[in-house]
Write a protein of this length. Structure first.
Length: 377
């Protein structure tokens, strides 16, 4: 009975650890599905961009053909324009395949058997806020919400409960109860008349006949013994040292694993924050600076080419930079979204909720109550 609490605690911690392990698998599946969704949406946008690239390349080819008809362009310019057009068409086909593969990967994670091309995407790629919470605050949240760390803590608690159980098994067999014993009943023999007459005569000072006594009253009586009983096996040679040492080693190992996991989670959080910030900064640079500049250069080079003030190679280079900037901008937005999803996997919290929670805690910790008039701060 005295081992039941320790065993119960050990089993409860093992059950909690199994539940957390299952939750970890569910969180991984959710993160993988979200990443697959972002990749599918990103490839959808890239496929649209590739199709627009064909239109851009076609417009340049039309411009060069018009210039050649007017005698201001050479056959080399036309061939270069057609090569650019061909590259754009090849990029469309390659992106179409990548788009189809991304859709099929998402359908597989969703458990769908229907045609993946019929999937309809509702949400677009999310935008990462330009300023993320401090990494140290995210590490504190990771120590609380990270399922892997919770599993490690439950493993430590289970190992400690197992150690306590093994320590209580030093006395393996202990029996406590109530004991009842009945004295042995002796068999009564026949009556000795002469002996009884002698005893009665001596007692009365003369010859006296023995008294009459029924057989049922001669020498009858039973003794009962009742009381507590304790049976204890003394651990003289075996004090469960081996199992206690094994449980102690398992407990220390669980503590070390939890500490190692905490350190790894801290570095993973810092790495995730750095990757998200870098991806989002790149996306902002492409969106706000690189892409507008490339578009302006392309327009200026075309106008100059029409007026005969620029060579075709300048137009070709401007168009190549514009198409590359459009593709890189879409790829960086997709990378920022998938990196945020990877952070969710580490933190085990949705990204928006994570940012809001850290912001709320920061506001609570930095709030200063104004003292009343004449009061002390």
């Amino acid at each position: 009975m005295w081992q039941i609490p320790a065993r119960k605690r050990a089993v409860e911690r093992s059950l909690d650890r199994a539940i957390l392990r299952l939750a970890r698998q569910a969180a991984d599946l959710a993160a993988d599905t979200k990443i697959a969704y972002y990749k599918a949406v990103g490839t959808e946008q890239l496929h649209g961009i590739r199709q627009e690239d064909v239109t851009v390349a076609q417009s340049l080819l039309d411009l060069v053909l018009a210039r050649r008809k007017a005698g201001a362009a050479t056959e080399l310019d036309v061939n270069l324009s057609r090569s650019l057009m061909l590259d754009a068409e090849l990029a469309v086909e390659a992106e179409r395949l990548a788009r189809a593969d991304a859709r099929r990967a998402l359908a597989r994670l969703l458990g769908l058997t229907t045609d993946a091309s019929k999937l309809v995407f509702v949400d677009v790629l999310p935008e990462v806020p330009p300023k993320l919470p401090d990494a140290e605050k995210l590490i504190e949240l990771a120590c609380v919400y990270c399922l892997d760390m919770q599993t490690a803590r439950q493993a430590v608690a289970a190992a400690k409960a197992r150690l306590q159980e093994e320590c209580r098994r030093v006395f393996r067999n202990v029996e406590l109860g109530v004991s009842l014993e009945r004295g042995e009943r002796q068999r009564q023999g026949g009556r000795d008349i002469l002996a009884d007459t002698a005893r009665a005569s001596i007692a009365n000072g003369g010859l006296t006949a023995p008294g009459i006594q029924p057989r049922s009253e001669r020498g009858q009586g039973t003794d009962f013994i009742i009381g507590p009983s304790l049976s204890l096996e003394l651990p003289i040679f075996d004090q469960n040292q081996a199992q206690i040492a094994k449980a102690t080693y398992a407990y220390e190992q669980a503590v070390k694993n939890a500490e190692t996991l905490r350190r790894a989670a801290a570095q993973e959080v810092r790495s995730s924050v750095d990757r998200v910030l870098t991806a989002w900064k790149l996306a902002q640079i492409y969106r706000d600076r690189s892409l507008p500049l490339a578009r302006e250069n392309l327009d200026l080079s075309r106008e100059a080419y029409r007026a005969g003030r620029a060579s075709f190679l300048a137009v070709l280079e401007a168009q190549r930079l514009f198409l590359e900037s459009r593709s890189r901008a879409a790829e960086t937005v997709q990378a920022a979204a998938t990196t945020a999803a990877e952070m969710e996997r580490t933190m085990c919290l949705p990204f928006d909720e994570l940012v809001a929670k850290v912001g709320a805690e920061t506001e609570t910790n930095t709030r200063v109550d104004r003292p009343k008039q004449g009061g002390k701060p």
